[in-house]
Ligand binder design. Structure first.
Ligand code: BTN
Length: 232
């Protein structure tokens, strides 16, 4: 509904947190000098890629993980028009095990009441060169497909998909589980995951309708994982 485009911001998520923006505002930056990733990491944000945040009205906190999952699905589905990208739970967009995009959801509470949600999305679109420290773990659409893109075109497709999934999510719980599994790079495979301070090897079996990762251990015990980082 309202779209705000900046040449440069510290972080579109920080900007979107400001109270001046009504729900469903879209904040876009051509680059960010303090882009944020999950778990306090930074998100390198040079020109040529997509960095945007959507301001969303509050939803029950149990819906935040489903929101993560269905947004990841929406992005992956849109990018599949260009390249064979995959999902990595909870919300990484990957190709050949290298990261192409990510989602950072931030919330604002007043007391214990959720007031607003900021959904931040970063996609490496046109970047051809990554700095030494992330070369091995980052990629872009341009690197994969050897062409350049109009970022608006990609943004448009992601937003279209997102809108559809988001309205479905509000009406019922996630109904994209099977489709999500098809896109997941680790479906049916062994994953290594940090759980309660322990590194564990599990087989990924799918996700629940709450967005939790289902995985089984060597003894066949099923586990549902709400929080954790899959590493390789
Ligand atoms: C991740 O660690 O995978 C999440 C990366 C999220 C990056 C996006 S870029 C737009 C928005 N603004 C930020 O500062 N971060 C998110």
């Amino acid at each position: 509904k309202h779209c705000f485009i900046f040449n440069e911001l510290d972080s579109t998520n920080n900007e979107a947190m400001k109270s001046t923006y009504p729900h469903y505002s879209l904040i876009i930056a051509e680059k960010q000098y303090a882009g944020k990733g999950r778990s306090g990491r930074k998100w390198v944000s040079d020109e040529g890629n997509l960095y945007f945040s959507i301001v969303l009205p509050p939803m029950p906190v149990e819906q935040l993980l489903p929101l993560n999952i269905s947004t990841g699905y929406a992005i992956c589905d849109a990018l599949r028009n260009y390249a064979d990208v995959s999902l990595k739970w909870p919300n990484d967009i990957v190709f050949n095990n290298k990261k192409l995009g990510g989602i950072l959801i931030e919330t604002k509470f007043s007391g214990n009441i959720l007031e607003k949600i900021v959904l931040g999305i970063g996609i490496n679109v046109n970047q051809l060169d990554f700095s030494h420290d992330i070369k091995e773990i980052a990629t872009s659409l341009a690197i994969i497909t050897e062409r350049q893109y109009r970022t608006e075109e990609i943004l448009w497709q992601i937003l279209n998909n997102f809108e559809k999934n988001y309205t479905d999510l509000l009406k019922k719980r996630i109904d994209i589980i099977e489709k999500w599994c098809k896109y997941s790079m680790n479906f049916g495979k062994m994953i290594k995951i940090h759980l309660d301070g322990e590194k564990m090897e599990l087989i990924e079996k799918g996700i629940t309708d709450k967005g939790e990762l289902i995985a089984v251990d060597h003894f066949g015990n099923e586990r549902k994982i709400v929080l954790g980082d899959i590493y390789l």
